[in-house]
Design a protein around this ligand. Structure first.
Ligand code: NAD
Length: 380
């Protein structure tokens, strides 16, 4: 029996991505699965219906045509309660679930016995790299942040030697050198800027330097469990603040990407530091949605203070939807490889460690303890 996989059009405001692309549809249909794509699902990422149809998908024009009999639903954004109500018991939904901010829909999936896999929970082990949608979308965000910074900077980024004089290169500072930060560094370097970067994890220094950027050193190592950062002590925070402020003040573009999973983004650029910056300087705050690394950031807005532009973008990967969708679709294709057995049928037991870790809701239970606690009214 073919596995029936449905891909709805994303409806969240500003979402331009789609959960699968024709190239992946072709591979999945060749493997014997039935693919249904919501009408216009790929239009805003420049994958028209005709390309999906040519790759072997059925284009569904009604919710029932898309979902009746579907065993798996692939999404980018989490489902809403209304989306959940359209699903039959036992349907498997895979995508970003943003569980802490989407509790009503999680509870509805539990009550309607939907199975949900959350891509945020895919463990960062080598075998799961091809399924790591957080990384693929952070790559898109880092690239876009650097381009956005350059676009709003009143200066050239590269050094220029011209008949009209010599232009000094711009300085770009990246705060937080994880996946997005490293991509922002690489992009700013390619544009010819002088690039400096800082991260609390010392291990990031080598990666920063290998991209040709300068790593700002502080005598702190704040690498915590699983390669993520731990929170700094108050003294460490003061030292960090001083060094970061001096670097921010000399930069033309500051791109901030610092994050600690499950917590508010660390505050790295205070309003006093913004006042020290040059007029015309630009801050692109990738942490805008989780509270901002800059004190003045407003999520979804661009503001000006002391002649400095502070951009608080939301959903940057959606600004490069063609490639973000392509990478995301490949992540999902790899993930599906764990759910479909060699015989082409859905696996009966979710025993693979990647499935176990990313299973959010199943058979009337919320399997992820922090989300279960949140639903019970406690802390994660
Ligand atoms: P993230 O989005 O959680 O955080 C972004 C960066 O902010 C991190 O590098 C973090 O160290 C940094 N940061 C936190 N607090 C800071 C502060 N006060 N000042 C400056 N920087 C601060 O991170 P991410 O991009 O998801 O990556 C986290 C780690 O996981 C990295 O080491 C990355 O290389 C690693 N990783 C591993 C795999 C894998 O092995 N499969 C995949 C992806 C990422």
């Amino acid at each position: 029996m073919p596995v029936v996989i449905a891909v709805p059009k994303e409806t969240a405001p500003g979402e331009q991505r789609v959960a699968t692309v024709p190239e992946v549809v072709q591979k999945l249909t060749k493997a014997g699965h039935e693919l249904r794509i919501g009408h216009d699902a790929g239009t805003s990422s420049y994958y028209p219906d005709e390309l999906y149809a040519a790759a072997g998908a059925k284009i569904a024009t009604t919710p029932s045509g898309l979902l009746n009999g579907a065993q798996i639903v692939l999404r980018v954004q989490p489902p809403t309660v209304t989306d959940v109500d359209l699903l039959a018991e036992g349907t498997i939904v895979i995508g970003f679930m943003n569980a802490a901010n989407n509790l009503p829909a999680i509870a509805r999936m539990r009550d309607r016995k939907i199975t949900a896999f959350s891509l945020e929970l895919v463990p960062r082990i080598t075998r799961a790299q091809s399924m790591d949608a957080l990384s693929s979308q952070a790559t898109a965000a880092g690239y876009t942040a650097a381009v956005l910074g350059a676009d709003n900077c009143p200066k050239f980024l590269p050094m220029l030697t011209t008949a009209a004089g010599t232009i000094r290169p711009a300085t770009v500072l990246i705060l937080g050198a994880g996946v997005a930060g490293l991509m922002a560094i690489a992009t700013a370097k390619r544009l010819g800027a002088i690039v400096e970067a800082y991260d609390v994890r010392r291990a990031a220094g080598e990666q920063v330097r290998s991209l040709g950027a300068k790593f700002l050193e502080l005598e702190i190592n704040a690498e915590g469990a699983g390669g993520y950062a731990r929170e700094l002590t108050p003294e460490e925070k003061a030292q960090e603040q001083q060094m970061v402020s001096a670097a921010v003040a000399r930069a033309d573009i500051v791109i901030t990407t610092a994050a600690i999973p499950g917590r508010r983004a660390p505050l790295l650029v205070t309003k006093e530091t913004v006042a020290m910056m040059r007029p015309g300087a630009v801050i692109v705050d990738l942490a805008a949605e989780s509270g901002g690394n800059c004190e003045l950031t407003q999520a979804g807005k661009t503001i000006r203070e002391h002649g400095v532009m502070i951009i608080g973008p939301q959903n940057l990967p959606a600004r490069v939807p063609f490639h973000s969708s392509q990478m995301y679709a490949k992540n999902l294709q790899s993930f599906l490889g764990l759910l479909v057995g060699k015989d082409g049928n859905l696996v009966r037991e979710f025993t693979d460690e990647i499935l176990v870790a990313s299973l959010l809701v199943h058979a009337g239970e919320v399997c992820h303890a922090p989300t279960r606690d949140l639903l019970a009214g406690g802390k994660p």
